[in-house]
Ligand binder design. Structure first.
Ligand code: NI
Length: 177
């Protein structure tokens, strides 16, 4: 299945509130295949359906343990449909984020440290997990896309927003959600 173009910030389709998925049929399967292929081709950490123009509450994410980056936290490969997030830890952490809809840019974004997320997978089976740290951050970033929120809208100090290669000339923070 084809790698689809990722919409970039400025496209009005990224600003919509996405619709819940009601039908777990072939269309959903095809959409997920395109999302996986697109995320993989771009080395993304996560992707939300609106980023390829599908106005549905579907996100995928996942990070494999990489021996080159032993400190990077792994995140389970997940398809999350109709997600609901509950805050478990009111503590807020600032960390750098990128997004496939803003290629080359990074910003320092506050996120809740601990969350619970619920939803279902592509077969309709329930998902109910607690997550913290990077895992929780990725889920919050992806689910924001379903409400038309891009991470720069959450950057508090715009001096902490800019081009990745300028901010981090030695190559840190390359992952994009
Ligand atoms: Ni993103």
């Amino acid at each position: 299945m084809p790698v689809r173009p990722v919409l970039r910030m400025g496209d009005a389709r990224l600003l919509r509130r996405a619709e819940p998925v009601g039908n777990f049929g072939d269309d959903l399967r095809a959409l997920l295949e395109d999302m996986r292929d697109t995320m993989q081709a771009l080395n993304g950490v996560g992707l939300a359906a609106p980023q390829i123009g599908a106005n549905l509450r579907v996100v995928i994410f996942g990070v494999q343990k990489n021996p080159r980056y032993p400190d990077a936290e792994s995140v389970p490969e997940t398809v999350l449909i109709n997600p609901v997030i509950t805050v478990l830890e009111e503590v807020i952490d600032d960390e750098w984020e990128g997004c496939l809809s803003l290629p080359g840019l990074r910003g320092l974004v506050p996120r809740f440290r601990g969350i619970r997320y619920q939803g279902c997978d592509e077969h309709g089976a329930l998902i109910d997990r607690a997550a913290s740290g990077f895992h929780a951050r990725v889920v919050q970033h992806e689910c924001d896309h379903l409400d038309g929120i891009l991470y720069p809208m959450r950057v508090v100090d715009m001096r902490r927003f800019g081009f990745q290669d300028v901010l981090f000339p030695s190559g840190e923070h390359t992952a994009s959600e």
